[in-house]
Design a binder for this molecule. Structure first.
Ligand code: 13P
Ligand code: SF4
Length: 424
């Protein structure tokens, strides 16, 4: 049986990417306010329990007690409750999820549970915001620990994107050209935001003829955008944008990177005029750790092994791998493999270890030898889940995610476009 990532971190902190993680959840969470990557600019709901302020009794509870609490609350709440879990969530929490999936599937799952009064999202902040936008107005969405954000999502804030848009509008103008398919007019630029972004940026896309994508439907979304525009502004993840556009045959010379700290994003006017895809310079700190050397080493040590990586990995890594795809695509790749196969995976460690445990007749391992979980998703400890569920049983909703009505209205436009752009 593969040890849970939590056990690995606790028993062997020296092999972990961030030694702080081994300090345990209550110490790790003592910084007041939203944690890194928790979309700090979003409105703070009330009542809110801040990181590190989980009632002491929950901090002291044994694993068995927490388990009993969570099970009892789930039984009491029955169909009124649905728990969603992302593939990267730790095993100690995923075991309670009614549905586990990638971010596209979880956005749909939020729509398909009409009996649930409350959706408890064991994922990160932008996923819970999306669930709030797509769910019915009378449904509540809870993120058990509000410090569970996404550091990549915070690499593009609303002000910087608005500022970029102003510069692009000044350069390109606002007039659509008459050179689209069948004489249609193409806008100068279409904004595309990765799901890993704040609700405010999804609303920006909704207001400006743009769309949201996830890693599973990014190529369908780029096709959608090129049917409507001459070029795309893609944020926040440069790697997903570059990998997807390159696979569609777009030259790297036509994909400048936008650095929000520099005028014109650090580009010349000529470069921006000839650009097809402008790539915001964000990245995921977990996926940027994967390297071509790791792939070479995996192949040297396991001749014949297959390598699959998430498209948030840098382009040379995606190019060197046998395949790339969203978390669900990675799972399907493993399901389609044969007993006896060896598969090296470039994605978050909780998901890789779970696949290894689920398929003991294959050799499955993470390309990164260092134990590196998504440290913000990792902040959903069973203690937070037990506490928010107990409160629900008492009729109290804590750590609710509530997106402002106007933002939700505009973001929904971009999200509904995304849901119609099915993964290939
Ligand atoms: P998926 O859309 O593949 O689930 O990925 C979400 C994510 O945050 C990857 O880092
Ligand atoms: Fe964000 Fe990276 Fe965590 Fe995904 S793995 S939620 S992109 S920090």
């Amino acid at each position: 049986m593969t040890a849970s990532v939590n056990d690995l971190i606790v028993t062997s902190p020296s092999t972990t990417c961030d030694v702080e993680l081994a300090k345990g959840p209550w110490e790790f969470d003592t910084i007041p306010g939203y944690g890194p990557g928790a979309s700090e600019d979003d409105s703070i709901p009330d009542p809110v329990v801040r990181p590190g302020q989980l009632p002491a009794e929950y901090q002291r509870m044994s694993d068995e007690e927490l388990h009993a609490r969570i099970q009892a609350a789930k039984e009491t709440l029955g169909d009124k409750l649905v728990i969603l879990g992302h593939f990267y969530q730790r095993d100690e929490v995923v075991q309670y999820a009614d549905f586990v999936g990638d971010s596209f599937q979880l956005a749909n799952a939020a729509l398909t549970k009409p009996d649930a009064e409350t959706i408890v999202f064991c994922g990160v902040h932008f996923m819970a915001e999306t669930a709030d936008i797509l769910s019915r107005p009378d449904q509540h969405v809870i993120l058990p620990n509000l410090a569970a954000g996404c550091s990549m999502a915070d690499m593009a804030d609303e002000d910087s994107v608005e500022d970029c848009w102003e510069q692009l509008t000044e350069l390109y103008g606002t007039e659509a050209d008459a050179d689209g398919p069948e004489g249609s007019r193409l806008a100068p630029v279409i904004p595309v935001t990765y799901m890993n972004s704040s609700a405010a940026l999804k609303a920006f896309c909704g207001r400006n003829g743009g769309i949201v994508c996830t890693s599973s439907n990014a190529s369908t979304v780029l096709e959608w955008a090129f049917e409507r525009g001459q070029r795309v502004l893609f944020f926040p993840d440069q790697h997903l944008g570059r990998n997807t556009a390159k696979a569609m045959g777009i030259s790297l010379d036509d994909m400048p990177t936008w650095n929000p700290r520099k005028p014109l994003g650090g580009n010349t006017e000529a470069e921006l005029r000839s650009a097809k895809v402008l790539l915001w310079n964000g990245f995921c700190s977990v996926h940027k750790r994967f390297t071509v050397e790791q792939i070479e080493q995996a192949r040297a040590e396991h001749p014949g092994c297959k390598v699959i990586v998430h498209p948030e990995s840098p382009m040379p890594v995606v190019d060197a791998a046998d395949a790339s795809g969203s978390t669900d695509a990675i799972r399907k790749f493993v399901i389609a493999s044969e007993p006896g196969d060896t598969i090296a995976i470039g994605t978050e460690i909780n998901m890789v270890n779970r696949l290894a445990a689920e398929f003991p007749d294959r050799t499955i391992f993470c390309l990164d030898p260092v134990v590196c979980p998504c440290s913000t998703m990792y902040r959903i400890h069973p203690g937070y889940l037990a506490w928010t569920l107990d409160k629900l049983v008492e009729g109290e909703i804590h750590n609710e995610i509530v997106v402002d009505d106007e933002i939700a209205r505009d973001a929904k436009i971009a999200l509904e476009r995304m849901l119609a752009a099915l993964p290939k």
